[in-house]
Write a protein that binds this ligand. Structure first.
Ligand SMILES: [Zn+2]
Length: 427
């Protein structure tokens, strides 16, 4: 692994007490805590790290090769090579545990001689286009993994830097300050690599999903030239935490706007880590839309609150009907961390603030964060004085942009939102 000062120079940041000037990012910077990255099981020397992104599950998939053909191959060594099929466009489907491919050119349907996963790969520089009614383009390959008798999961496998080029632009506006975008790219890479290590230790079929459950990914359609340069400039750099030589990746969460203080991950995801313990954020107010920073009051009937929570969390059935809700714990700055739900039968259950808001939220009645006051309005609950948008853990994206506009560099921004984290090159 290369020294951090060298890494910092490459991406226009300053490391330790060195001041390195590059491009438009030359600034005096304060010291950033640097640990020499020692051998660590979570880091890899591989040049191209392949990430597996779950796209969707279906029983029928429309496929086409742009600028060339696609090939269906299999990991199943018992299938003779003559079974491998080239096609330009067609449909892959699965019925009664069997695969079928319809080549649009020949129309005839062919049954494929394997029940195992199939790999769709491009030939001679072609690009895979998949999905309907609107197809998206994907780098790398698609792995189609049987799920039940009729369906299959579609997983895009591609090198992580290409994946990030499709992710960072979906998570942060491409016109934002380069220093903010670089911080976002490093946070996204760290999160993705952390997920990869965790999911592979569980023998899972994929590492991340393509929606907000992980990081939003839309294939090549969400790539942007400026974002691609940002990703390239931070290639392989991740955030870690821990004593020198024993640094570990951590899930570098981020969210849109914290509302004035980022949330401790322990209250939401159960992780007790200094980099995710929460910091005051005087920055996001200047960038977030006013209606996102301070959201309008939301009123939901008590019956509806009970019904929505019961629907999302079946384990609450032991309460029969939720008759009362009390804030059980607030952070010292005011965010609701836990609520007590009291049932008609007198039983009660605790629920974390984030789960509560996700359970109650509907598109037309969104609790944008878990930071609000709760008022008893007789038959309904009124959530007012709401602040921030998102779970609020880790990097505050709007705050990150404001810090950059004020001239703080990428290292400083990451050091602020992830206290005591260390930047190292993973590959
Ligand atoms: Zn903030």
């Amino acid at each position: 692994m290369r020294r951090l000062s060298r890494i910092a120079a490459e991406i226009g940041m300053s490391a330790a007490i060195m001041v390195i000037q590059l491009g438009c990012d030359h600034r005096e910077t304060r010291e950033f805590k640097v640990m020499s990255p020692g051998p660590s099981s979570v880091l890899t020397q591989a040049q191209d790290v392949v990430i597996r992104v779950f796209l969707w599950e279906c029983s029928d998939l429309s496929l086409a090769g742009r600028n060339g053909s696609l090939q269906v191959v299999t990991d199943d060594l018992s299938v003779p090579k003559t079974e491998l099929i080239m096609f330009r466009s067609g449909r892959l489907s699965r019925r009664n545990d069997k695969w079928f491919l319809t080549d649009a050119k020949f129309v005839a349907e062919k049954e494929l001689a394997t029940e195992e996963a199939l790999i769709i790969r491009p030939v001679d520089g072609a690009v895979i286009e998949a999905g309907s009614p609107q197809a998206a383009s994907y780098r790398g390959i698609l792995r189609c993994i049987p799920a039940g008798e009729q369906g299959f999961a579609v997983v895009n496998e591609l090198d992580i830097e290409s994946y990030l080029a499709g992710v960072v632009g979906a998570e942060m506006p491409a016109y934002w300050d380069g220093r903010a975008l670089r911080a976002q790219a490093i946070a996204c890479r760290t999160y993705a690599l952390h997920q990869m290590h965790r999911r592979r230790s569980e023998n899972a079929n994929w590492d991340v999903t393509s929606d907000q459950g992980s990081q939003v990914y839309g294939g090549m359609g969400s790539e942007d030239r400026r974002i691609a340069r940002v990703v390239q400039a931070t290639k392989g750099i991740v955030l870690t935490y821990g004593p020198a030589g024993k640094e570990k990746l951590f899930p570098a969460y981020f969210s849109s706007s914290c509302g004035g203080h980022t949330q401790n991950a322990a209250s939401v995801f159960g992780q007790r880590l200094t980099p995710l313990s929460g910091v005051a954020c005087p920055y996001c107010k200047a960038v977030a839309k006013p209606e996102h920073y301070c959201w309008a009051p939301v009123e939901v009937s008590k019956d509806e609150v009970s019904r929505r929570l019961m629907e999302r969390y079946p384990e609450l059935a032991s309460l029969e009907v939720i008759k009362d809700v009390q804030v059980a714990r607030r952070s010292d700055y005011g965010r609701v961390e836990a609520l007590r739900l009291i049932g008609r039968n007198g039983h009660s259950r605790l629920i974390c603030g984030e789960d509560f808001r996700l359970g109650v939220t509907r598109p037309e009645q969104a609790l944008r964060s878990s930071w609000y006051d709760m008022k008893d309005n007789g038959d309904s609950w009124r959530f007012e004085n709401g602040r921030g948008w998102g779970h609020g853990v880790g990097l505050c994206q709007c705050g990150c942009e404001q810090m950059a506009r004020q001239g703080r560099n990428t290292v400083e921004i990451l050091a602020y939102y992830y206290p005591e984290a260390t930047l190292v090159r993973a590959y």
